[in-house]
Design a protein around this ligand. Structure first.
Ligand SMILES: *Cc1c(COP(=O)(O)O)cnc(C)c1O
Length: 369
């Protein structure tokens, strides 16, 4: 029995991730796998850390990619910052806020949730109210809610969190590389992302960054981190000067991230954000001409992920199946309470182009007709 080489049909990835990968990144991944302590690899690690700081707009020393997908980034932040009994306020306005609350609870946090309806951002006054009733150590919030397409403004949330003496944890999985994420300027203490959304790199790494205050909390824990693999007090030694072996870095994935970050910095952050906004605007106006609209109000809509209301009487699955079968276009369906009610159309990273928006609009019009 022989299996032969893999052979795949390329797809246009316009779902909630992964997004399409720049050919230059795929080429970088095909470079020889070298030792994870090889001096050449160590140089790539250093380059990657410094490029990550540039893309995350931070000077934070502890800025590294965690091995694992975006959820591993979430878990790394929570398990390193939280000790059993700590009060953690989690803002929930979609599926990923729910996930953060679940993770915090698993590490023994006393979780208090602040909620907003799916499709709307969190009202900072609700957070203020919650923080006035309890002494929280940490406030967690999702910047770009991929389940609803909502962009959460962070500056007021950050101010309220710090006035209450808590640290701010932000999920930037679907914003980093597509929307401004100003880690230092906005006072974010712990930030995590994932490679396969607006960074345009395959899934497998989760960039994280910790402010000096959050770093202190991690260094001065009373107990060991309950998760061995994600214990940053050990992982940091591998990424730091001592290069102490902890686990083998996914070498070729680091090449991919290195290349993806280089592409982002060559394009320029401002230009990249502007491209994501322009292609979102083009999609929104094209959809409007077809009588379609987004779930969130325009001022709260993400540029990277568009939650499109499915018109009355249209079969969600049938449309998505035809887009994939006849046009090689993948879009996402709704999650949880939005199942069958929205399509999630991603315009992330390399996928976010005028040509792709026009192709999608044409395909959707043909399928709906
Ligand atoms: C995709 C996503 C995650 C989880 O990332 P995985 O790579 O699927 O583990 C977390 N938060 C948000 C907002 C996401 O969009």
């Amino acid at each position: 029995m022989t299996y032969g080489p893999l052979n795949l049909t390329p797809r246009l990835l316009m779902g909630p991730g992964p997004s399409n990968v720049h050919p230059r990144i795929l080429q970088a991944m095909a470079m020889p796998c070298i030792g994870h302590l090889d001096p050449d690899f160590v140089a790539i690690m250093e380059e990657t850390k410094s490029m990550l700081r540039a893309v995350m707009l931070t000077d934070n020393e502890l800025t590294i990619p965690v091995s694992g997908t975006g959820s591993a980034g979430m878990e790394a932040c929570v398990c390193n910052l939280v000790e059993p009994g700590d009060v953690v306020v989690v803002c929930v306005h979609g599926l990923f806020g729910e996930r953060m609350a679940d993770v915090a609870e698993r590490y023994g946090a006393e979780v208090v949730t602040v909620r907003a309806p799916w499709g709307e951002p969190i009202d900072p006054r609700e957070l203020r109210r919650a923080l006035s009733r309890t002494k929280a150590k940490l406030v967690g919030i999702v910047h770009a809610e991929t389940s609803t397409g909502v962009l959460q403004p962070l500056e007021e949330i950050s101010q309220i969190t710090h006035e209450a003496g808590a640290l701010l944890l932000v999920d930037t999985v679907t914003s980093l590389g597509g929307h401004p994420v100003k880690t230092d300027e906005w006072g974010i203490d712990a930030c995590y992302s994932g490679t396969q959304k607006c960074l345009g790199v395959p899934p497998g790494l989760a960039p994280v960054s910790f402010s000096p205050a959050a770093d202190e909390v991690i260094r001065n824990r009373k107990r060991k981190v309950a998760n061995w693999y994600l214990d940053l007090n050990m992982v940091r030694d591998y990424w730091g000067q001592s290069r102490t072996y902890h686990h083998t870095a996914p070498v070729n994935m680091i090449y991919a991230l290195r290349e993806g970050l280089a592409i982002i910095l060559e394009e320029g952050l401002e230009a990249r954000w502007a491209r994501h906004k322009a292609n979102h605007d083009l999609l929104v106006s094209g959809l409007a001409e077809m009588g379609l609209g987004l779930l969130p109000a325009e001022e709260h809509s993400l540029w990277s992920l568009n939650a499109v209301r499915i018109p009355e009487g249209v079969d969600d699955m049938a449309v998505r199946r035809r887009l994939l079968a006849d046009y090689n276009i993948e879009i996402g369906g709704g999650l949880g309470e939005l199942k069958g009610r929205v399509w999630r159309v991603g315009l992330m990273g390399y996928t976010s182009s005028r040509a792709n928006v026009r192709l999608f609009l044409t395909a959707l019009a043909e399928v709906l007709a």
